[in-house]
Structures are given as structure tokens and as C-alpha cells.
Write a protein that binds this ligand. Sequence first.
Ligand SMILES: CC(C)(COP(=O)(O)OP(=O)(O)OC[C@H]1O[C@@H](n2cnc3c(N)ncnc32)[C@H](O)[C@@H]1OP(=O)(O)O)[C@@H](O)C(=O)NCCC(=O)NCCS
Length: 174
Amino acid sequence: MGAIAQVITAAFPKEGAIIVDLVNDLIKDPTAQPVVSLVATLQGDTGEEIVGYILFSNAWLEGGDRTESIVMLAPLCVHPTHQKQGIGGQLIEDAIQRLAASEVDLAFLLGYPSYYPRHGFSPAGKQGFIPTYPVPEKDADAWMVRELKPGAAESLSGKVICADALNEPQHWQE
Ligand SMILES: CC(C)(COP(=O)(O)OP(=O)(O)OC[C@H]1O[C@@H](n2cnc3c(N)ncnc32)[C@H](O)[C@@H]1OP(=O)(O)O)[C@@H](O)C(=O)NCCC(=O)NCCS
């Protein structure tokens, strides 16, 4: 976890420590399983270097029978010295491929509305999905979903409940 924590702290200068704790907690949290946890590496002077990290954890629909398969993305980060080289995008696509192969229906996130649409995410509220904690109206488009199984977004709707470790208001601020 040391190298991943370093990337997280560098990428999130303000809330790095909180996000490091979140990742540690999610990895141990039974309600978050299964997770997809991937690092991006580059060959550096001293060998392979971790420069990016992505984590998807399990989620579900409130009041549902949990037959649906839903995941939540948090966090995604790339070390500032390696940003804008396509690493973040590659982490998203690699993780999504694995999730789709595991028959996941939908992937959700709260994130930059100008970044994630290029990776197939679109506003989730308009499609009938309510975030675990309310998102202010001005940030409504930051609550996004990507359909992994065709038709899943149309056949499902409701409030998305995330894993216990992520189920804290402090993790739901844009
Ligand atoms: C967001 C982040 C993961 C993107 O990773 P990356 O490897 O730099 O992304 P890519 O190289 O795949 O894509 C780069 C593009 O994303 C854009 N981008 C990066 N951060 C952005 C942001 N906050 N809002 C909108 N666009 C953003 C870049 O401007 C660039 O756009 P361009 O291709 O038009 O030039 C990375 O910038 C990061 O770690 N940021 C700090 C942590 C963070 O905010 N994580 C996301 C929380 S939702």
C-alpha cells in the first residue's frame, strides 16, 4: 500500500490522508467485495514505479433483491508528474473491461463532469439513479453512470447504496 498511498497523497494534496484511509478501509470492508483494484506502472530509473491507481467497489440498489451487479468508482488518481498521458483513461478502460467480464451491470461515480463522459459515463440522476448522499443541484451532473450490460440502465433505477466504508457524507462531496 505504501506506493499507492504516495500516489494518492500526491494527486490529492488536500484530502490525501482521508482517501488513503478510505482505500485501506474498502479493501478490508466485506460489503465492498468484490473490488477491482488496479495500479498503473511505468519503468523508472529504479525499476517499476506505481504512477496511478483505481478502485471499484461493490454497491447495490436500496430495497432491491441484490440480483443486480453494481459498482462504484472511488478513487481514481494519477501522480501529477504523469498526468495527461492517458494513464487515467487506461486505468478506467482496463477496470471496466474486467468488470464487464464479471457481468457487472452498471458502474457509478461522483466526479468531474468534463472528464468522465469521454469514458462512457453520463449523468445518472436523469436516468433515475439517486446517489447515496444528496448531491447539490449545481453538481448534479457529477453523479454519473456507465452501462456495462446493454439495457441495464433502462431496466434498473433507484437509490444506489455504496459499501459501508464509502457510506460517509465526507466521501460524497464533489
Ligand atoms: C483526473 C485524473 C485521474 C486524470 O488522469 P490522467 O492520466 O491525467 O488523465 P488522461 O491522461 O486519461 O486524460 C487527460 C485529460 O483529462 C483532463 N482532465 C484532467 N483532470 C481533469 C479535471 N479535473 N476536470 C476535467 N478534465 C480533466 C485533462 O485536461 C486532459 O484533457 P485533454 O485530453 O483534453 O488534454 C488525474 O488528473 C488526477 O489524478 N487528478 C487528481 C485526482 C483526482 O481529481 N481524481 C479524480 C477524482 S473524480
